[in-house]
Design a protein around this ligand. Structure first.
Ligand SMILES: N[C@@H](CCC(=O)N[C@@H](CS)C(=O)NCC(=O)O)C(=O)O
Length: 217
């Protein structure tokens, strides 16, 4: 059995839900309530020493870190490819993923925002300004990359979803959540809209997860 330990609103878990759906790998989910701090409990830390989600149990393995897990899925289930093309093209796709996974997402994570609030005394406006600043900076770079690559679409890299979309859609979900003005990122917004219409992405949406609260918060 493949089991994803995640949370409806975790964008790293969202990436995995999309990839598992695209690869046609059936999975069950176990919810770790981040809002209530369950990720920091010893029982969860036995699964993930950092106290984060996601964790994926698959093929008798227990895997952590979404970039590493996505690479694993690509290796065990190469079709449909999320990293298609030449070595240079695959490197480019990994660069889209890295801008989001290494540079945008880490600084707007729950623990960082809690630190800003509790230890550094920031109010809600301060925290929102922080998120908007770093998300916008990263998206501006991605928009430039997409402009330079000038791919045909409708997805970020062409006519099939790739690793770039697997990272983009959850990140834009967060961008909207923090009120980032998407007007400056037309290519990203168009690719996001196309991807969200795909059933693998639709099924993975935070609101469609069994642990999503009815009021959406
Ligand atoms: N690089 C890690 C990041 C994982 C991560 O930050 N997960 C978040 C949810 S998206 C989390 O568990 N946050 C808990 C916290 O900040 O306390 C990955 O991609 O798996």
């Amino acid at each position: 059995m493949t089991l994803l330990h995640g949370y409806w609103r975790s964008s790293a878990a969202y990436r995995l839900r999309i990839a598992l759906n695209l690869k046609g790998i059936e999975f069950d989910q176990s919810s770790v309530n981040l809002k209530d701090g369950h990720q920091r409990e010893e029982a969860h830390k036995a699964l993930h020493p950092q106290g984060f989600v996601p964790v994926l149990n698959i093929d008798g393995e227990q895997l952590i870190q979404s970039p590493a897990i996505l690479e694993y899925l690509e290796e065990i289930r190469p079709e449909p490819p999320l990293l298609p093309g030449s070595a240079a093209e695959r490197s480019r796709l990994r660069a889209y993923a890295a801008v989001i996974g290494c540079d945008i997402h880490p600084v707007q994570n729950l623990r960082i925002l809690q630190y800003l609030r509790k230890e550094l005394g920031q109010d809600a406006d301060g925290v929102t300004a922080w998120c908007q600043r770093w998300i916008s900076d990263g998206l501006a770079a991605l928009e430039k990359m997409a402009e330079a690559d000038n791919r045909s679409g409708p997805y970020l890299w062409g006519d099939t979803p790739t690793m770039a979309d697997v990272y983009l859609v959850p990140q834009l979900y967060n961008a909207r959540r923090f009120g980032v003005d998407m007007g400056a990122f037309p290519r990203l917004a168009a690719a996001d809209e196309a991807a969200r219409a795909h059933p693998a992405f639709e099924d993975a949406r935070p609101e469609n997860q069994p642990d999503a609260p009815e009021d959406g918060h």
